[in-house]
Design a protein around this ligand. Sequence first.
Ligand code: BG6
Length: 481
Amino acid sequence: MVSRVIPVDPFDLVIFGGTGDLARRKILPGLYRRFHDGQMPEGARIIGAARSEMDEAGYRDFVRGAIGEFVQKRNDKDIVDAFLERLTYVAVDAKGTDGWDELAHAMRPDVIKAYYFSVGPSLFGDIAERLMNHGIADDEARIVVEKPFGHDLASARALNETLARHFDETQIYRIDHYLGKETVQNLMAVRFGNMLFEPLWNAQYVDHIQITVAETVGVGGRGDYYDKSGAMRDMVQNHLMQLLCLTAMEPPSKYDPDAVRDEKLKVIRALESVESDDIVRGQYKSQAESYIDDVENPRSITESYVAMKVRIANWRWNGTPFYLRTGKRMKERVSEIVVRFKEPPHSIFEEDTGQSANELTIRLQPNEGMDLTVTIKEPGPGGMRLIDVPLDMTFAEALGEEAADVPDAYERLIMDVIRGNQTLFMRGDEVEAAWAWTDPIIDSWTVREDRPHPYEPGSTGPEEALILMHRDGRRWRELRT
Ligand code: BG6
């Protein structure tokens, strides 16, 4: 099975921060892959914009290097050369006047214009204003902004207001790259494309839901940013929140940007505030490796791990808790959603036959797929003994390796920007609602001077997170790939 590639319309895409880390690792390699697969039409051009003085040839060399480093398959010299022909570079001072006339001159009138703000949020306002002043952002122009979108509700609001001074909400594409992941979109396909799950997807049949995003990497290299954020701001406010929304939301009436985002927003607004004993913070620490060394801040009390019990106050989920956990330097890299169903209301079998509850696991990464445990009779003559067996589907096996070679989140999202489809982007009110829920949790830590619990790097997190579950007679699914 090969996925269909539909070319987008001609465009000029300007990447502010065009020589930065995100451009090098994700944006430019992603654009190259879309070019390679035939999704970019003849009239597609990419303009790198940054402070450094560099000519076109220098920028093309930079991009060639990025492709060499970050594109494993499809790294084909002739195609790379053809892609580089589409690139140009303009040195621009985001806060000053230098380079703006040149940029305006480089933009073509009759193509889609997209401006990727791959720069710190403090520059968003300056860039937006200059785009307007130079007349190169028409009503059809799109801007793309990255997380972190604010540090709290007040700063997110200020950013939204800044952007709204120059652009309509329909022109603003706020990236949460989790929404670009193939399997995250699959969550919606599984829920709303099958009759099987949705009738059971509620508090009557679901005991609880676990959402895990565990990483093996630490914070090395990004210590300065991370130490001011912590797992709550870096992962929960955005990526885990999006997973929670897609898992918990009501079916939208159609797969359309506002229909989907309206339903997600209702989930965020229905989240109850979290009690302090329903949340556990952790920080990795051992003789050999510790968070405080990685961030070079011996007194840091920022969390590199967080686990929490979350309740959604609505008809569908009343009584069914959601448990979220995420952390750095954990045992395995696993992102998954586990839906644990209730046990059957009455057992016709004898008590010690081993009957348990069904569990649906949606594996987001790695090893993308789904797994449903089903209770069956243990084969053999030993009477009616029950065992749980997995109905395991790995998408790569079910669909073939080629279908599993799916676009990276950034590739999909950038093409959606050009197509003008905002479904997989966060709306301003959604981001603000997420901060409104997150802020009091973080503030209460500050007030109490809460200290994270230490956990061993390469482990499953602090002991206290296990207790959080045990207390409710539940346990986390083992971290395994
Ligand atoms: C980023 C966070 O948004 O997501 C990082 O800032 C984190 O700290 C990353 O490592 C995880 O993304 P992925 O795609 O590797 O799961």
